[in-house]
Design a protein. Structure first.
Lengths: 261, 179
């Protein structure tokens, strides 16, 4: 399935995955796989998946059907891993906060259920064929369905990461620096991927530049993960919080009065 | 409108929200000494009186139905304002507590942990209470208990006061007063 591509295209496909594999090794070396085991698993799987697909794409002996079949398997495993990564991020966010742990996990699960429903509806209404049926091969069918799967998967992922950010913001929760970086990177990538795959899956815009946009965004995201996961966070000096003046006595009196009632 | 266009617009909106929340989070993670200034003192007694079911019963028995609905709605709006203030105070206290969590002093870290826990509970209860208040605004005859918000607020105030004292014994803190 050899297709002519520019040097930039080859770079944008390979470089983020080389960086991703390197990031997984560095995280393992620093012992961070204990903190983010699923995310490290995602990095390793994603790199292996993309190297395999790249090899299949440039190898002339591989048929389009074989390529899209492999792509399907990769997509399904990746989608499951991504949901597990979101679970890991929500666990990190709720860890040590028992007051909202239950409501938090219920809200995220509820959001997930609603998003799955929306993704199914969007997939059901997505036009699969953009050509006359006679011109559609089995490989084309696999490809169009893979587009719809990607649209559905990114819709769920994008919604879940948005729900996480909204939940954290509503309760004023402070993210772990690394968890924040992972969530932000995924948030940017999934929103962008959702928009482009919706355009591609519906046949609204079939432009090669969307591929470049997807790959460039993912490249930027991997670099962002390097920064957030490997650059140590500046230690914030915890100075005493300055509080309003001359009110403690009033509050004390009021509290005592309330306690005596 | 094409479904793809709807999804593109939704994705763009989601991206804007995520980026905005991320920027806010980054700004909030910087230590600020003026956090407590944004705490709005609340008159707990006035609030307690407002949510007293006996008061509602008294008004219901004394006023004609249509007049009672009007009065009840006014009281509910006032109640919502108090709960809003309690919820925003809770959010500030979560940040105050989380800033203090990194303290090397075990007593401060312990008090901060307690404050974060109580403030999160208050925030959660306030959210539920607000939903019920807005529901009651549509149906003024329904009764509900916002008492848990008051109780939680008192508890949070106590832990905030303890943390304030531990961090800076010379500077006072107030979470209650006239709204």
């Amino acid at each position: 399935m050899l297709q002519p591509h520019s040097l930039l295209w080859h770079y944008l496909w390979l470089a983020p995955n080389v960086l991703q594999a390197a990031l997984a090794v560095l995280l393992w070396y620093r012992g961070l796989q204990r903190q983010f085991p699923v995310f490290v698993g995602y990095l390793i799987f994603g790199a292996i998946e993309q190297f395999t697909l790249y090899g299949m794409d440039v190898a002339p002996s591989v048929s389009a059907e074989a390529y899209w079949s492999a792509s399907w398997v990769g997509l399904i495993v990746e989608a499951m891993l991504i949901v597990a990564v979101i679970g890991e991020l929500s666990f990190q966010l709720l860890q040590g906060r028992p007051a909202i742990a239950r409501i938090g996990s219920r809200l995220i699960s509820g959001a997930g259920a609603v998003l799955v429903l929306l993704a199914v509806l969007a997939a059901a209404y997505a036009p699969v064929f953009h050509r006359p049926p006679a011109l559609i091969s089995h490989a084309d069918l696999l490809m169009f369905r893979a587009y719809v799967i990607m649209q559905s998967s990114y819709l769920i992922d994008c919604g879940l990461v948005l729900a996480l950010f909204l939940f954290a913001s509503h309760f004023g929760l402070r993210w772990n620096h690394r968890g924040f970086g992972i969530a932000l990177g995924f948030g940017i990538v999934w929103c962008e991927h959702l928009a482009t795959w919706a355009l591609i899956a519906s046949g609204t815009l079939l432009d090669k530049r969307l591929d470049f946009l997807n790959m460039a965004t993912y490249h930027a995201c991997v670099l962002m993960w390097f920064y957030f996961l490997l650059v140590p966070q500046k230690s914030a000096t915890t100075s005493a919080v300055s509080l309003p003046e001359n009110n403690l006595d009033i509050w004390n009196r009021e509290l005592e009065r309330l306690l005596q009632q | 409108m094409n479904l793809a266009i709807v999804i593109v617009i939704a994705a763009a909106l989601a991206l804007v929200i995520i980026l905005r929340l991320a920027v806010t989070q980054s700004l909030q993670s910087k230590p600020r000494s003026d956090l407590a200034v944004s705490i709005r003192p609340i008159d707990i007694e006035a609030f307690r009186n407002l949510i007293d079911p006996a008061e509602d019963e008294y008004l219901r028995s004394r006023l004609p139905a249509n007049q009672f609905r009007g009065v009840r709605r006014e009281r509910l709006r006032a109640m919502a304002a108090y709960v809003h203030a309690a919820a925003s105070n809770a959010a500030v206290l979560v940040r105050v507590g989380e800033t203090a969590l990194a303290s090397g002093d075990q007593r401060i870290a312990g008090a901060a942990q307690q404050l974060v826990h109580d403030a999160l509970l208050l925030r959660r209860n306030s959210t539920v209470a607000l939903a019920r208040i807005y529901l009651a605004l549509a149906w003024p005859y329904s009764g509900f208990a916002a008492v848990r918000v008051v109780e939680r607020y008192e508890r949070v105030s106590g832990t905030a006061m303890l943390l304030g004292r531990l961090q800076n014994p010379a500077v006072p803190v107030r979470l209650s007063g006239r709204l």
